[in-house]
Ligand binder design. Structure first.
Ligand code: SF4
Ligand code: SF4
Length: 367
């Protein structure tokens, strides 16, 4: 009856009643459907093999064989049965899967929302399949020099060409994801101009911080990072198509003095009292209403903890693994929590943020 809006309505109702019940459920799942990638970025989080810190949690390994199509469809059914209404397909590079069309069609048939994140180099090969997505997100790192340095010679031009192709084919439901790092913090504004030209939005995130790791690209100068987010705020006010809500930007700015890259806070005593109400219970909502499921069937609360503290859905069942994971998350705050836009749907229910996200969803939905 509601045609193309039906998956949005379905997802909205499920989230509304799920939140009312106060029981955790994985409404939004990032699902890694392949380990393979045609690129080799030095900071790739798909390559993980780290320690774990819980009796039932397992160590992540991500260079194993990809799951079969049957296994993926079975997982999608399992996720639906425990309340998932939005699946974002990730990799590796998900466009490398020959059966991608069947995977998307299966999610469509269940009336769930489906998104996909890609490095953008293979879009021209799968353009018809991508029309069935509710959202397509393409990574673009800074300028040509920086992008090609990290992702390989010629990749920047190829991605730009493919994004123009999306415009030509009249896609509206796509976004550029720009991950700010020490290398890109001064060379990103051209991406906003480009987004305006092709009619898409830009989602800005920071390099995922992982305590204990030494990642050159996340060794920001605090002042520099603050000026960056102030500039983001100013450009958004001037009408540039920035997806991050004003609430997200303002929280990054407010908390920047108390939490830097590589820090995960387990208590928030170091925050001034006025800032301690970030979430209703002062606990990060990731892992409660969203999850990351890797291609080995291990579920994690978020990308920062990817490969560190996961639960094995094969050993425990999807339902049990999610239940244990949602109880195990004792984190309070980190940089990812602050700049990961969807957290604002799962934590402080702010009407402005809901309107902002709703507007973005409807504006981009054209199939
Ligand atoms: S494009 Fe993405 S998945 Fe592929 S190597 Fe780079 S970061 Fe990893
Ligand atoms: S605070 Fe939240 S986003 Fe940050 S590491 Fe913990 S679970 Fe992940």
């Amino acid at each position: 009856m509601f045609g193309k809006y039906s998956p949005f309505i379905n997802a909205g109702i499920a989230l509304f009643f799920g939140r009312l019940s106060k029981k955790p459920f994985p409404w939004y799942v990032n699902f890694f459907i392949t380990n393979k990638c045609n690129l080799k970025c030095p900071y790739c989080y798909a390559v993980t093999n780290r320690n774990f810190d819980s009796a039932t949690a397992v160590e992540g390994t991500s260079r194993s064989k990809d799951p079969s199509l049957d296994k993926i469809l079975e997982i999608i059914d399992g996720l639906y049965s425990i309340g998932t209404r939005y699946i974002c397909l990730l990799g590796g590079e998900p466009l490398l899967r020959d059966d991608l069309g069947e995977i998307i069609a299966h999610i469509n048939a269940k009336n769930m929302l489906v998104g996909l994140n890609t490095n953008g180099t293979l879009i021209d090969r799968k353009i018809e399949v991508l029309k069935r997505l509710n959202k397509l997100t393409i990574s673009l790192e800074g300028d040509k020099e920086k992008h090609d340095y990290d992702r390989g010679k010629g990749t920047y031009d190829k991605v730009m060409q493919n994004i123009r192709l999306l415009k030509e084919k009249k896609f509206r439901n796509f976004a550029i994801q720009m991950t700010v790092s020490t290398a890109t913090v001064h060379s990103w504004e051209h991406i906003l101009e480009f987004a305006r030209e092709v009619g898409c939005t830009v989602l800005i995130t920071e390099v995922a911080c992982r305590p204990g790791e030494s990642l050159e690209s996340a060794k920001f100068d605090k002042k520099e990072l603050k000026s960056f987010w102030l500039r983001v705020n100013e450009l958004k006010r001037r009408g540039y198509p920035i997806e991050n809500s004003f609430e997200a930007i303002s929280n990054v700015l407010k908390y920047s003095d108390y939490i830097g890259p590589f820090q995960i806070l387990k208590n928030i005593d170091t925050f001034p009292e006025s800032l301690q109400n970030f979430t209703k219970h002062n606990i990060c909502p990731m892992g409660k209403y969203s999850a990351f499921l890797d291609s080995n069937g291990i579920v994690y609360p978020c990308a920062t903890l990817f490969g560190r503290r996961g639960y094995d859905t094969k050993r425990l069942s999807i339902k049990k693994a999610f239940e244990l994971m949602s109880r195990d998350n004792t984190c309070k705050c980190c940089r990812m929590l602050l700049n990961y836009q969807l957290n604002y749907l799962f934590s402080s229910v702010n009407p402005n943020t809901l309107l902002h996200l709703g507007w973005h969803a409807l504006r981009k939905y054209n199939y």
